[in-house]
Write a protein that binds this ligand. Structure first.
Ligand SMILES: Cc1cc2nc3c(=O)[nH]c(=O)nc-3n(C[C@H](O)[C@H](O)[C@H](O)COP(=O)(O)OP(=O)(O)OC[C@H]3O[C@@H](n4cnc5c(N)ncnc54)[C@H](O)[C@@H]3O)c2cc1C
Length: 524
């Protein structure tokens, strides 16, 4: 393996080149720090490696076996974790939303979950910076939350037929809607073209109109001097006799290496970050690293993400255009009229034929859509429209990532992912299904399939002021080990009712700023 910093103790080693890791690598190396960033998966080339093919592009997701449990076991893989340089951003849908003020204070406002140790104001400048840096497109007026636009780039136009259906249904019911804020270009930016509506965002964007860490932050980090190592699986975080971390052990093509560093930053996402911390237990830290509180792996969350499909008597063609182009956050905040607290976002959401077939096949309950019925429905694929939920799931310590007895080919225990919905989560889902059906029917469709699903992973190494109730402080610095940071979606305290990646990247930029300031004062 060709190396730049082999044998050196670098300023920072980052594990995971996804949404958070990419921001950190870029910002720290542009500051002059020596950075090595490792990813377990490959470095892909958008034009060479992305195919307009649903099935083969499943390889963009994390495919290693994870053991799932709980009363609502999660389907792991392509739908919730990325694999390779760019992480989940390579095949994410590109919906780019901010959290609302209330998301950071659910305990105070609604008596559920936990308050974050930061407020919306702490993150606001970082949201603005990231949105500008990647030229987020969105409406001139965004009606919900604290940020009302305008976005750096104009909203996408035209919108897809499925988004038009959504808009008609919402308008019939008096529900405000907008063209979705997206990390997808509406006009040229830097050396990238605007979106041409191929619709393969979840298969990797071949023309580079969609932002991904692979094509934006990683090249900038490399230009600033960072060393990016693909196909390098970190198996251990190493600790010195003084209790500080000294670097990481990783495996590349069957060979084991060590990268020494003054700072270790884990950005390996919600399952792999806790797994590494737990697996790196030693005599000094028998419960795993940064786990004196016992909170590592606990209270991870997902979003409920049920779909409703309705059939229309005219062609909609769900494959057309960017998958998500219309959104409402009308049901985002707690309302005393509902039997649950917190809320959700609804998106008009395109689907490709395979996704449609896999979805409706799971929708039937005791009357599965399979065989002849599945085949007949597939013939009518062009007549269906879809809406998808992004629903807040409350944190529950029983939803946890732990180590199983079974080991993977690297000798590391496989992650066990245990998940069950709470009563509030289930009531929220029922409400959302009703609203999605109403919108589709108000637009002239007939609701036929409800597909249970989840999306996004968050939490498991939550931030907080109290070292006995949280793993990291608000900058991602672990309470137990000052030179060990966690910076990815695992540090979320609550899940919100909106897509998370803008918040992941804003937090990463805030952590980078903290590291730069602390390092300058030799305080790390
Ligand atoms: C299909 C799909 C659609 C999505 N759509 C949206 C959307 O529209 N809007 C939105 O806001 N969010 C969306 N998301 C979520 C988004 O992708 C994540 O929020 C985001 O990528 C999380 O960033 P992260 O830095 O925590 O981890 P990731 O981006 O997942 O990066 C983690 C990286 O760590 C690497 N890694 C893990 N373990 C190791 C190890 N041991 N050694 C070395 N490397 C390791 C992985 O290979 C991966 O590249 C979507 C996700 C998926 C899967």
């Amino acid at each position: 393996m060709r190396r730049k910093y082999a044998g050196e103790t670098v300023d920072a080693v980052i594990v995971g080149a996804g949404a958070a890791g990419g921001v950190l690598a870029k910002e720290l190396s542009e500051h002059g720090m020596k950075v090595v960033i490792l990813d377990a998966g490959p470095q892909r080339d958008a034009q060479r490696d992305f195919a307009s093919d649903e099935l083969s592009m499943q390889s963009l997701g994390w495919q290693d076996t994870r053991i799932v449990g709980g009363s609502d076991p999660l389907q792991m893989g392509h739908n919730n974790s990325g694999y390779g340089i760019g992480g989940g951003t390579v095949h994410f849908t590109g919906v780019f939303l901010r959290f609302h003020e209330s998301d950071f204070q659910t305990r105070t406002i609604d008596g559920v979950g936990e308050d974050w140790p930061i407020t919306y104001d702490d993150l606001e400048p970082y949201y603005a910076k990231i949105e500008k840096e990647i030229a987020v497109s969105g409406p001139k007026q965004f009606p919900w939350g604290r940020f009302h636009g305008p976005y750096p780039y104009p909203e996408r136009d035209p919108i897809s037929p499925n988004a038009q259906i959504f808009s008609i249904g919402c308008e019939q019911l008096g529900i405000p809607w907008v063209v979705t804020p997206l990390a997808i270009l509406s006009a040229p930016f830097e050396d990238r073209p605007p979106c041409i509506n191929r619709g393969f965002c979840n298969q990797g964007c071949m023309p580079n109109a969609k932002f991904s860490t692979l094509i934006v932050h990683i090249p900038k980090a490399v230009r600033a001097g960072a060393e990016v190592l693909a196909n390098c699986r970190v198996t251990q975080v190493n600790t010195g006799a003084d209790g500080r971390v000294t670097g990481v052990t990783f495996v590349h093509e069957g060979q084991t290496y060590e990268q020494r560093a003054k700072l270790v930053i884990l950005s390996a996402h919600v399952v792999e970050t806790p797994r590494l911390l737990l697996h790196s237990a030693n005599a000094l830290y028998p419960q795993g690293l940064a786990n004196s509180s016992g909170w590592v792996g606990k209270a991870f969350m997902t979003h409920s993400s049920h779909d409703v499909y309705a059939r229309f008597n005219r062609e909609i063609r769900l494959y057309k255009g960017t998958p998500v182009l219309a959104t409402t956050q009308h049901f985002y905040d707690t309302s005393p009229e509902r039997d649950f607290v917190r809320g959700y976002t609804l998106h008009a959401h395109g689907a490709r034929p395979l996704g449609f077939a896999q979805g409706i096949a799971q929708s039937g309950g005791d009357q599965p859509v399979w065989g002849k019925k599945l085949r007949e429905t597939m013939l009518d694929y062009n007549y269906y429209a879809r809406i998808t939920l992004v629903g807040e799931v409350l944190p529950d310590p029983a939803n946890a990532i732990t180590l199983s007895e079974e080991k993977d080919s690297f000798g590391v225990p496989r992650a066990k992912v245990t998940f069950s919905y709470g009563q509030n989560d289930l009531r929220l889902i029922q409400h959302a299904i009703g609203q999605m059906s109403d919108i589709l029917e108000a637009a002239g469709g007939k609701s036929e399939f409800v597909v249970p699903d989840t999306a996004h992973l968050m939490g498991g190494c939550r931030m907080g002021h109290d070292p006995e109730q949280s793993v990291v402080n608000s900058y991602g610095q672990t309470h137990d080990i000052p030179n060990l940071f966690i910076c990815d979606a695992s540090i979320f305290v609550t899940s919100s009712g909106g897509n998370p990646t803008n918040t992941v990247m804003a937090l990463a930029s805030r952590t980078a700023q903290y590291i730069k300031e602390k390092s300058a004062r030799l305080e790390l």
